[in-house]
Design a protein around this ligand. Sequence first.
Ligand code: BG6
Length: 474
Amino acid sequence: MAFQENFLWGSASAAYQIEGAANLDGKGDSIWDVYSRVPGNTFKDTTGEVAIDFYHKYEEDIELMREMGLKAYRFSVAWTRIMPDGRTVNPKGVEFYHNVINKLIECGITPILTIYHWDLPQALQDEYQGWESRKILADFTQYCEVLFNEYGDKVPYWVCMNEQNIFTSLGYVQKIHPPKVSDYQRFINANHIASLANASAVKRFKEMGIKGQIGASFAYSPTYSKTAAPEDVIAAENAQEIQDLLWMDVYAKGAYPKIGLKLLERLGIHIDFQDGDKELLKAGICDFMGLNYYQSATFVAPENREQTAQTGNAAQVSVVSDVARIPTDDYYVRADNEHLKMTDWNWAIDPEGLRVALRRITSRYNLPILISENGLGAYDTLTEDGRVHDDYRIAFLKAHVEAINDAIEDGCEVIGYCTWSYQDLFSWLNGYAKRYGFVYVDRDEESEKELKRYKKDSFYWYQRVIETNGENLD
Ligand code: BG6
């Protein structure tokens, strides 16, 4: 296999999805704390109030990571634990992440720190509408400075924004994340400010001389054309411009894609460029591309929309958007790919798509890539003797590891692979039913039970993969 000697075999999580302790030790409310408390916003009204209680169980959890031989752990910091109101430092919150990082290092695990995984301080949302105001640039940069000062000498890899494309589009177009609105221009405005915030953080990181590397994690579903009909090919190209390059170009080149901007302009959507914005984006180019890969995305031209079909049962088990039409429907429409099987949540299973994603990033940007998320959300069954036989997850991950190997052989530089997720955790729109972890956490929507941890079969599988640096995938 082609994996370099120090390849980061890792796994990932996010603060709100694991920590719990929502208001403990001075933590303030984030927009997700507030949003998930409103009935109807999440699946079966689940919240991350307790989540899987990583806040109290982090030592036990990290010991399990050590037993597995994990090389890297990607976790996010809750802004509201560090700064409950978005601005005032809370020493207890700062201390918590020192403890987590120290424990990881003690266990020989490289910490990968995500700065922003969607949990904006509610105070800033109330004061100036969060990402819709440029006032956030100063607050976000100050938050980053605190993190760089505190953890800069211990953390070698930093992810600034996690899936900026997802939290902005689900929050401002699809209406299924806070602030739950559907307005394409507001989405583009908030997104532009988030891009500036990302650039500002990267710029400060460099100015402060932090030794590590910093990037952003992009939720990339490489686009396919459903057919070889030229209009479908253009539709897929348009989707790539608007759904992918609008972010990846900004992270890697410090500028928006020319065609993507033109396509938006034709819809009457504009980016509010102000003095200094273009320079700031240029000063905020990332060191690596963080890639969150779950599936590819297939498109047809609007006039061929009858080729789309709805399959699967996602609607029964998650919160889904009720927004019927969005402006980009004029350019492309999502379609099924009959060559691919689907997960229980109707996501296309496409390991080769990961190879496509890695190759496209390499061709366009020539940057090192950290795969910061990839995994299978599935129903798991805990047997009476405390086992979980998740051979379906092993098959999924194995095929994706093989695809990474192929991409490396194709010439891509891949630093590491973080599966999503290490333990089962709270899924924003799917409660606790959709499980991703190597470690089963015994809780469900109805009860937290004792939050006991059980190693799944995939735990032992990944342990062998790590031990053999990817040689033994069986
Ligand atoms: C990514 C996020 O979008 O995918 C994670 O960064 C999320 O936070 C993961 O949990 C899986 O999504 P879902 O909806 O299946 O939980």
